[in-house]
Ligand binder design. Structure first.
Ligand SMILES: C[S@@+](CC[C@H](N)C(=O)[O-])C[C@H]1O[C@@H](n2cnc3c(N)ncnc32)[C@H](O)[C@@H]1O
Length: 297
């Protein structure tokens, strides 16, 4: 049965179970999700339960064609690794997402040491796309080690003579898919209140994905938003946001953090992406494709 065109209310935080709440969100209405699930009962988020496949299917339904889900996840390490991260990645592929990239979130400073293995310093960031490649990609760049004019050293032709020539080396190159962030107060965020939540991810991590996979005005979701990091950075960069968390207490923290954004939003909007803004492509209809658009407010 054709779903009725519904409007999408954005720029709001919702207390509720994300699977239930996502069923109220129109299909094909979200450009980007950046989220981190509770995994392996590693932390006690006020005792709430978690249904990875249910969330995966709900995310597939609400994501636009060419939209992206960034799923940040690690493993419990207790005797050995739980491999929950791998299992969830395969689950996403099985239900219909494309695993567009497997990226690494490296922690520059990590307290998690093991007596019989190397210190664990990273989590996965699975970049999942719906119905083909992401329709927005604004690659973040880093300065190159050497740039300017340089004599190229290897330019041998079949005659064996090395015809050295001058060339201009680029000042920047596209980043690798390993992103490193400082964690803790001052690294993850400067918002002291955020640390009332046990597992905040770095603001910069959310920011970098938002700049990479969306354009201004796009809709960014975090269905397990905790202290509101993704929503805060979406607002800061002129994107619309929706945050869901099952805990009223965490939503209150998130709201307080988002409310601080007005103060420096103008400064943030001066950050520019390095590529022209692409438009979202239309895809042939499949099991999970988006055939109609819903108005967004
Ligand atoms: C890893 S934390 C997310 C932290 C967040 N990225 C941040 O920076 O603060 C996972 C969150 O999922 C929430 N959660 C757990 N089960 C949930 C459910 N069924 N629906 C919505 N949220 C849920 C927890 O309350 C917790 O805040």
């Amino acid at each position: 049965m054709q779903e009725q065109a519904r409007t999408l209310e954005t720029n709001r935080l919702i207390v509720g179970d994300c699977v239930d709440t996502l069923s109220e969100i129109p299909e094909c209405s979200i450009d980007l999700t950046v989220t981190s699930p509770p995994y392996d009962k590693l932390r006690d988020y006020n005792g709430f339960k978690f249904d990875a496949k249910g969330i995966g299917e709900a995310l597939l339904r609400v994501t636009k064609n060419g939209g992206v889900v960034v799923w940040v996840v690690g493993d419990r390490i207790d005797g050995g690794r739980s491999m929950t991260s791998f299992r969830q990645a395969v689950m996403f592929q099985d239900i219909g997402f494309t695993v567009h990239d497997v990226m690494i979130y490296q922690k520059k400073n990590t307290p998690f040491m093991r007596s019989n293995a190397y210190t664990n310093a990273w989590e996965f960031m699975f970049v999942l796309s719906k119905n083909g490649a992401p329709s927005a990609f604004n690659p973040l760049k880093v300065p190159t080690a050497r740039n300017g004019e340089e004599l190229l050293t290897h330019n041998k032709l079949p005659d064996g003579i090395n015809k050295k020539r001058r060339a201009r080396l680029n000042k920047e190159k596209v980043r690798t898919n390993i992103w490193a962030y400082a964690v803790g107060l001052g690294g993850t965020t400067r918002d002291k209140i955020a640390f009332q939540h046990p597992a905040v991810f770095p603001e910069k991590l959310a920011e970098d994905h938002i700049l990479s996979w969306t354009n201004p005005g796009d809709v960014v979701l975090d269905p397990m938003c905790g202290s509101g990091t993704t929503c805060k950075m979406a607002k800061l960069h002129g994107r619309k946001y929706i945050g869901i968390d099952i805990s009223q207490e965490y939503i209150e923290i998130a709201q307080q953090r988002i409310d601080t954004v007005e103060q420096h939003s103008q400064q943030a909007l001066t950050i520019k992406s390095s590529f022209p803004l692409p438009t979202r492509h239309s895809c042939p209809p499949t099991r999970h494709s988006c055939e109609s658009r819903n108005p967004v407010f």
